[in-house]
Design a protein around this ligand. Structure first.
Ligand code: BJW
Ligand code: ZN
Length: 243
């Protein structure tokens, strides 16, 4: 299934970057944002994933995140997440960048994960910025309040907000320097993350896409694996084991 070109590239000394999106967690039971079963078929993004939406309806937004937190706490990483742990062990220079906020890469055992859009488990105060882990606060208010009186919000990146500077800077740096770039389970429509594969390709990387359907990135990719991440990535991990 893997081309000879890719097989010959899968050596420990190659610099590898992986970008993941909601599709990698779909087989764990986490709904994606867009597409057939997309979360946003049911909820409009502009009603929920912006700071303005939070200010105009904090209870609704908080409860949407609570619903997703519960769902995420009950699911397990799938073979795609586990294959990336094997890749991290195999390649000497390996970077895993995720747009996901579900923490499933860490749950699978990935040691170093660059989280571009935050993590749904954490909250932060909209007034003083203090961070809180999910169960750290006892307030029954919805949304709970910080000791300074400010409302808590999930520590994720909403539309119109800057990504964490260190994470996005590192992501661009490693993408521009890599030999192989994998784009896995992302519709590649949300910026600046969607620009990472482009930068990698411009830097000379071999670009591989894994997705159940073609995306805006497909034409740029050197190889497109059309299929489920949970089936394709174990194949790649198998080739690595045999290398
Ligand atoms: C499978 C599978 C299986 C299924 N196996 N595959 C116009 C042009 C360019 C940019 C902009 C613009 N207008 C506005 C912008 C900027 C905006 C943006 O990009 N908008 C676009 C939508 C146009 N970006 C921002 O605002 C970002 N900030 C920013 O730019 O700051 C600078 C700035 C600040 C102020 C002013 C101006 C500039 C922030 C973006 C934050 C995104 N946040 C979210 C929500 C996070 C919190 C939460 O979870 O609630 O992040 S949105 C949502 O989309 C989430 C995701 O991380 C992100 C990406 O989605 P992803 O992961 O690709 O998921 P899907 O569902 O789209 O795709 C899943 C894919 O999997 C599909 O392709 C399936 O086929 C596939 N799949 N099952 C393999 N089993
Ligand atoms: Zn505060």
């Amino acid at each position: 299934m893997l081309s000879q070109a890719l097989k010959s590239l899968l050596r420990p000394d190659k610099r590898v970057v992986v970008l993941t999106g909601a599709g990698i967690s779909a087989e764990s039971g986490v709904p994606t944002f867009r597409g057939e079963d997309g979360l946003w078929k049911k909820f409009k993004p502009e009603e929920l994933a912006t700071f303005d939406a939070f200010i105009s309806n904090p209870q609704l937004v908080w409860e949407w995140y609570e619903y997703r937190r519960k769902l995420i706490s009950e699911v397990k990483p799938n073979p795609a997440h586990h294959s990336l742990v094997k890749m991290e062990d195999f390649f000497e220079d390996f970077h895993l960048i995720t747009q996901n906020v579900d923490g499933l890469h860490q749950k699978a055992g990935s040691k170093k994960v660059i989280e571009l859009h935050g993590n749904i488990k954490r909250n932060k105060c909209i007034k003083c910025g203090q961070e809180f882990e999910e169960l750290e606060f006892s307030s029954k208010e919805i949304p709970p309040k910080c000791t300074c009186g400010g409302m808590l919000r999930p520590d994720v990146v909403w539309f119109g907000e800057m990504l964490p500077a260190q994470a996005i800077n590192e992501a661009f740096k490693v993408s521009s320097l890599c030999d192989i770039f994998f784009s896995i389970g992302t519709s590649a429509v949300v910026y600046p993350a969607a620009h990472l594969p482009v930068v990698a390709k411009q830097g000379g990387a071999y670009l591989i896409e894994v997705n159940i359907e073609r995306t805006e990135l497909s034409d740029l990719a050197d190889e497109v694996f059309l299929g489920k991440a949970g089936e394709i990535l174990p194949e790649i991990a198998k080739v690595i084991r045999e290398a």
